[in-house]
Ligand binder design. Sequence first.
Ligand SMILES: [Zn+2]
Length: 414
Amino acid sequence: MSTHRAQGRADLLVSGLSTLYTLAPDGPGAADELGRAEGQSVAFRDGALWWIGPQAHEPEADEIIDGDGLIGLPGLVDPHTHAVWAGSRAAEFARRLAGVPYSQILEEGGGILSTVAATRRADRGALAEDARARLVGLRSHGITTVEVKSGYGLRPDAELRCLRAAADCNDTVRVVPTFLGAHTVPAEWRHQRDRYVRQIIEEQLPLVAPHADFIDVYCDRGAFSLDEAVAILQAGRAMGLRIKAHAEQVCHTGIAAAAAALGAVSVEHLERIDEAGIAALAAHGTVAVLLPGAQLYLRDPAPPVAALRSAGVVLALGTDLNPGSSPVHDPWAVATLATLIQGFTIPEAVRGITRSAGAALARPELGWLGVGSAADMAIFAPPPGEPPEVESLVQHLGAHRALYVIRDGTLVVG
Ligand SMILES: [Zn+2]
């Protein structure tokens, strides 16, 4: 990074941004907690971020984006989605609003079981087509990296097909694939859950491990027990996968502390994490991924954000995009909800969908801007009549516009 005049010619230049947020500890705006600086330019060359500095020193470039009046941020990161699924749960949503309990919907084969049935019937092309359209939607809000979980196949062939469909979408955004065979016990193993756990470990994992970066489990009442979850995570770790866990959402199980002790990169949800769990996350450097969309749809209490913050736990935010409990397609809506229903500050919410979300994927090059970062950027117009500041993007629900999105130094939106 340099404030000296650049020597040479850039492929792509974002010139004279009214407000740039680098999220970097050095470079322009280093004194500000979000790296806020005015009148800066960002240059890309050969697929890399090549130069950042004041507009007066910017290099020549083949292609120039005029940043006047606009807000520049690193490409956003969504560290928690279930973006590969088939079928619709809209009718179920209407029934739940009318007061039908989810347990009754499940008994009738609805809820997640209906998503599993529809996903098993879909071929890889159809799964990838719908997932790609969802990821294009996320990208339209400035996202360039998305974690995508399997978990609606729940048998070896179908779990593999979901992970392959996710990988097929890597041309849209950078896809980070996670294996979630332990999402729920499928209907056919309901009375032999130990055999399903064995199938995950002995049949699903060896097949899917080459196609995933992470293993995840849903440890909760109605899903997998603490002992089952730990055995599955250990087996995944032995196959070379990094660890995540759906943790302490409906009930407190102790999985957050157990996963942290196993070296989990992140644990997610955490509405019911306790003091010991928070201490374990802090001790092991495990990222907390909070999902305010699911909290809202399930009318849950907020996770203990103040306690997580004072323990020094890194706080990331995800959409949890899925067809049932969090059909949320917009990271800015998540940032807004995090401030309103979880007690995030605006800078925490912005870090939560950028740099901290990159940390939740063990990808430290994501979610900030500087030499050595990913060459990903999102450029926004503020809501009408608002100043070009992140405060306006977070305050106004649904009024941001991502005019340009850059991935690996190439313009992909705009
Ligand atoms: Zn989830």
